[in-house]
Design a protein around this ligand. Sequence first.
Ligand code: HEM
Length: 410
Amino acid sequence: MTVVTELDLPEFDPADPGLSGWRWHVEANALLDSGHWLAQGPLSLVVLDREAGEFFLRSRAAEFPGKLIADLFGVTDGPLRDEIDNNIINTDGDVHRRLRSLVNPALTPRAANGWRPVMREILESLWEELETDEFDFVSRFSRPYPSQTIARVMGAPAVDAQRLHDWSEWIQRQFDPIALSDPETVRAIQGKVAEFYAWVDPMIEERRGKPSEDLITTLIRTEEEGERLSDQELRNLVLNILVGGVDTTQSQLSHAIRILAGKPEQWQALRENPDEMVPRAVSEVLRFEPITAFTARQLTEEVEYRDVSFPAGTLMVVCSFTGNRDPEAFEDPREFDILVERDRTRPLTFGAGIHYCVGANLARAELEEGLRFLAEKVESFELNGLTELQAVSGIYGIDRMDVRIVPDRG
Ligand code: HEM
């Protein structure tokens, strides 16, 4: 049995701020070409292949290392630390099972599909507000759309949707080592978490007195019936869903349009046969350009895998981008092609195991409705100016993307 420290591994830093756009693809593909399934990063190992990635994500001897990462970057107190300590992703065992069982019923495929008419309504209103064929797709579509949707799902006031995506963009940066290594940014995130709590606590109080048909009311009911959810758990669960469901979906939708704008023949195929092609396009963009390029686990005990021993405490970063290019699982994996039928269950973009994204069904429904709507309205997209990509290390977002559209004349 070889100990992992004895292996000769290629070096790779997932927190390199230069990893973005074409350079990200070139470097990640070069790692795949190295033939290794593991790389060595400055703070962790990086798992490159899909099967090994799934193994570590599903391992019972591993947990999400949110608290460890906070400690490493000196986030030891304040509202952000409070949020990290109570984030569902940093819980395990019975506590995690209980929290998931409370939110899962509200986010099943059926429940997510039930929100499609609302998504459509939001898209219609964003479309009507457009006064020109040239605009920044991020600020006009992909940013307002998921925050307005999640506000409706949760029962938050629609006027607060704008604040939601601001909070989401900031608070999600707790998963980005580049952001955490800058004390100014950490101070800003602390402030945003405090603002969020100050906003959400009175809203929860109000719902207690005035129940409604929304997820916050459902969670309050559970809390009141069984005392199974503490106040602190409730406000953080609301935060995890409101905040976790905005920046992610908005980034993935922006990448979908960025990529499809460069593939007019695929956009036409999608327009001609949306019932079949829209779900495929969503799966393909999740596979090809995962906005969560990395997730992580820390081993709680020694683990043996492929004749290698990994000591307890080892930090494992799992790369979905490389895992999603497994040639055994996907034909022609380095090509973006919605015309190829691929297995939708296998990409690592939503993680795996007990922390598998609780919002995956809602995210897919939002992305599908977004593409279906745009396919009806837009004959073609052209990127005609600035496209400002972020680094891949946290949520791989797009700050701005100027497009010119040819509207459908039919
Ligand atoms: C394209 C959109 C999205 C992507 C790519 C994404 C990706 C992920 C990933 C990679 C994880 C960690 C999984 C792991 O480590 O095994 C995760 C967890 C999570 N996501 Fe998402 N997500 C998306 C949308 C959403 C939405 C819409 C919501 C809320 C409705 C949401 C809420 C959460 C929550 C609460 C967790 C923690 C789950 C747990 O610990 O059990 N996400 N997501």
